[in-house]
Structures are given as structure tokens and as C-alpha cells.
Write a protein that binds this ligand. Structure first.
Ligand SMILES: O=C(O)CCC(=O)C(=O)O
Length: 440
């Protein structure tokens, strides 16, 4: 019997509309992963019973809950009494600090909501944090013993020893004229070139926008002037990669960590960030959160009205670690809990009688800071004045064996000056939306 197209099409349509009718009532969203719980809401408007949701992380089942928690926002939106919130606890073993595809499905397997690249932060108590610290942060006896050993093996000379001792005590280290001006000029020229080419992989953010491809933000009037941060500009500029992989910084980090170094990311700024006091370890995560260092390079001479960098001398050791609600020192997402953390740090630095220093470098100067050094950006008194800088974060290769943009994929590891970083794997890469390619 031949197929009668005329009768098949309406039949398909009927099926589709039936399908739509049956599926549409199920709605919801995944809002946050906070305090080890994935939170959101789910509603089946065709049923009076709450939806039973199942959480999937990278396709694997990670827990179930009933979406029956009260949420004022849902009630205000007219969703009955607002009893549609869920909170699924994520097992400690799955909280690895990486970014994952998170999915919520109904009990019968229908997908309610999906979030790509959600970070699932591990819980780390202050004591656990201290236990993963590198030798340079250890007790005096262990520190002196290791330093003596490194001196003996020739890994540390008198100059580096002085730097290590200063860094241990103060939490920062200044290297004057560490970056050649010609290299900086190349980076700045590459920035201008990027605005002409709009490489699809390059992602920018500012206070107005979460990370967004440059091609999209280029159309937003005034976007560039609103304190832009260029994420991983080293992947668009070989000169920026050279700055991130400066031999002097890699060598210092390798000595302090006692292991081979991985550069995790770069943030290039054209304006002062005006960031509140913070400690990087809470936000920049690896498998060993206490093994972290930042390096800030001045791409131009600092000017006081442009909102220079500030840092609290010795705060890395003096300020007791702050724990969030779940007892962890690592921050998840942004929100009031982060504002409270910033206030805590500011007050703690003052109560400890620490000195706030303002970094007013010349172009090419560099400041290395400890993972726990409290720092931030001063206010921009002149809103048009630039303050160009590039920040790189470092940890060990063992603590960062993956590319955070695709933690389950095979990273494109690039070795440079004895350290490693991860390159864009594909031309169509977009930050947070790495196309997954099968290893092979
Ligand atoms: O450059 C600044 O103003 C602050 C940068 C910063 O705090 C960071 O990258 O962690």
C-alpha cells in the first residue's frame, strides 16, 4: 500500500499537538547550587500534587526531592501558594569544584530544566583548607627545613630565598619592570585588533553582563567603557600568553608550591574594578584551593583617580578564615553571602590593625599575591580614566589537570616556560559552552 501523504501530515500534527498538550504543563528552573544543594522550582499545572524531581549531573542521577518548598517569588508570580521549590542535596563526592551540565527531570523522565556549566563547589572547612596549603604556608619548623633542603639542592638561591621569606610574611611580592614594554604594547594592540575581528571565542563581562561573546557585546552601546573584563585574553593574544607564562612568576610559584605550575586563567581589565575586599581562594577553585597565587601586571602607569589596586599587608595569615553557611570557606555563586564575606574581611583587617597598601605601579611592574591576601580595587574617581592591567591565577598541574571550560573533555594542554595552560580547543568555542568532542 502506498503512503498517503495527505493523511499522514495531519495525523503527525495531531500527534504533535497532543504531545505538546501533555508536556507543556511541566515547568521549572534550576536557580542555584548553594551550600551543597541544587535549588530551583518545578510545577505541573495539570496536577495538584507536587512534582518529584530527579537531579542529573552530567547525565548521572545525583538525587531526588519533592518540589513542595514554599517560595515567596513563586507565590507572587501567581503560582498557587508558591509551594513548588525544591532543594536536592548533592553528595560530597560529586562536589568537585568543576563546571557541570545540571539537569532536573520529572519522575517519568521528562526534562524540566537544564543549566550548562554550573559550578559545583566542594565543601572545605577552614581546617581542611589549611591541610592542602603548600609548604610555604606551613609551620616555622617545616618551612625552615624545606627551605634549607631547597638551598642545598640549588633550587633556591639567596635572592629567591629573600623573596619567599617576604612573601610568606607579607602575602605579596612586587617585581619592578618585570614585563618588557614592547610585550605590553603588543597586548594592547591585540586588544584593539580583537575589537575589529571580534573572535567568536573571546568572552567579556562587566557589571552589566555575565560572560558574553565579544561579537554580541560589541553591539551594546557603552559596554566597553563600563569596566570590561576580558576572560582568558591569552587565548586571543600570544603576547598576553607570554605575560601569563612569565618565567620569573612561574619559577617563584613553582618554588612556593613545590610542584609544577598550571596557569588557570587571565583577566584583562581596561578600568579599575572597584572590587570590594576579597580573597581569591574563595572564588578561584581547583582541586587544591589553598595552592593558589595571583599575579597582577600593570599595562600602564597607575593613576590614583583611576581606581588602583589595594591590598591588606599580612592579611593572608592574620585574618581568620570565614566560613559560609555550610561551614565551607569556598564561595558558591554571588549574592548576600558574598557581600557578608566582603564586610567580614574589611572589618577583620581593620580589627587586626593591618595596613592597607595601594599599588601605584609603573607600566611593566608586577604584584604577586597569596591566595588569602585580602585585596580589591579603589573607587574610580575619574570615570573615563583607564587602568589597564592583566591578572593571572596559578596553581599546580596536579590541582588543575582539566580545563574548567570543559572539565570532562580532554584539555588542550600547552607547555610554555616550564608551566602549563589550556588553549581553546576549537574555533567555535564559547566560554562555558565548550562543544564536547569525543577524545581520539
Ligand atoms: O584589579 C583589581 O582591581 C582587582 C583584581 C582582583 O581582585 C582579582 O583579579 O582577583
Amino acid at each position: 500500500m502506498g503512503t498517503n501523504q495527505a493523511s499522514v501530515v495531519p495525523f503527525k500534527r495531531t500527534l504533535r499537538s497532543l504531545f505538546k498538550y501533555r508536556r507543556a504543563p511541566l515547568r521549572g528552573s534550576i536557580d542555584t547550587v548553594h551550600n551543597g544543594c541544587c535549588q530551583g522550582w518545578a510545577l505541573d499545572s495539570k496536577s495538584a500534587s507536587p512534582v518529584e524531581v530527579e537531579l542529573f549531573i552530567d547525565g548521572r542521577s545525583a538525587g531526588r526531592a519533592l518540589a513542595d518548598l514554599h517560595r515567596g517569588d513563586l507565590e507572587r508570580e501567581g503560582m498557587g501558594e508558591g509551594r513548588h521549590g525544591f532543594s536536592v542535596e548533592i553528595a560530597a563526592t560529586l562536589r568537585d569544584g568543576l563546571h557541570h551540565r545540571v539537569e532536573v527531570r520529572s519522575r517519568d523522565g521528562r526534562v524540566i530544566a537544564v543549566r550548562e556549566a554550573m559550578q559545583i563547589v566542594p565543601k572545605l572547612t577552614p581546617a581542611e583548607f589549611d591541610r592542602c596549603a603548600p609548604w610555604v604556608d606551613g609551620d616555622d619548623v617545616g618551612f625552615e627545613r624545606e627551605l634549607a633542603r631547597l638551598r642545598q639542592t640549588g633550587a633556591v638561591d639567596a635572592e629567591i630565598e629573600t623573596c619567599v621569606r617576604f612573601f610568606r610574611e607579607h602575602g605579596w611580592l612586587k617585581l619592578e619592570q618585570a614585563v618588557p614594554h614592547a610585550l605590553i604594547d603588543k597586548v594592547l594592540a591585540d586588544v584593539e585588533q580583537a575589537w575589529r575581528d571580534l573572535p567568536p571565542q573571546l568572552v567579556l563581562s562587566n557589571a552589566l553582563k555575565a560572560p558574553t561573546p565579544m561579537g554580541e557585546v560589541a553591539k551594546v552601546p557603552g559596554f566597553r567603557a563600563a569596566s570590561v573584563r576580558y576572560l582568558d585574553f591569552h587565548n586571543a593574544s600570544d603576547a598576553a600568553a607570554e605575560i601569563m607564562m612569565l618565567p620569573a612568576v612561574l619559577r617563584f610559584a613553582e618554588v612556593c608550591f613545590g610542584e609544577k605550575v598550571a596557569a588557570m586563567q587571565t583577566l584583562l581589565f581596561e578600568n579599575g574594578t572597584q572590587q570590594a575586599s576579597h580573597q581569591d581562594f574563595a572564588f578561584v577553585h581547583s582541586l587544591r584551593p589553598a595552592c593558589l597565587m595571583g599575579a597582577w601586571v600593570a599595562l600602564e602607569d597607575a593613576r590614583v583617580d583611576a581606581g588602583p589596586l589595594f591590598y591588606w599587608d599580612r592579611s593572608h595569615r592574620a585574618v581568620p578564615k570565614h566560613a559560609f553557611e555550610d561551614g565551607s570557606v569556598l564561595a558558591e555563586g554571588d549574592g548576600p553571602h558574598v557581600r557578608a564575606f566582603e564586610n567580614y574581611l574589611e572589618n577583620a583587617c581593620r580589627e587586626c590593625g593591618l595596613q592597607r597598601l595601594i599599588f601605584t605601579p609603573r607600566k611593566g611592574d608586577l604584584l604577586i599575591w597569596h591566595s588569602a591576601l585580602v585585596h580589591g580595587g579603589m573607587p574610580r574617581n575619574d570615570p573615563v580614566m583607564t587602568r589597564r592591567s592583566i591578572v593571572s591565577h596559578y596553581t599546580t598541574q596536579d590541582a588543575y589537570p582539566y580545563d574548567r571550560r570543559d572539565p570532562n573533555g580532554r584539555p588542550l594542554a600547552i607547555t610554555r616556560n616550564g608551566g602549563t595552560y589550556y588553549g581553546w580547543r576549537r574555533q567555535d568555542h564559547v566560554e562555558g559552552r565548550y562543544p564536547i568532542v569525543a577524545p581520539g
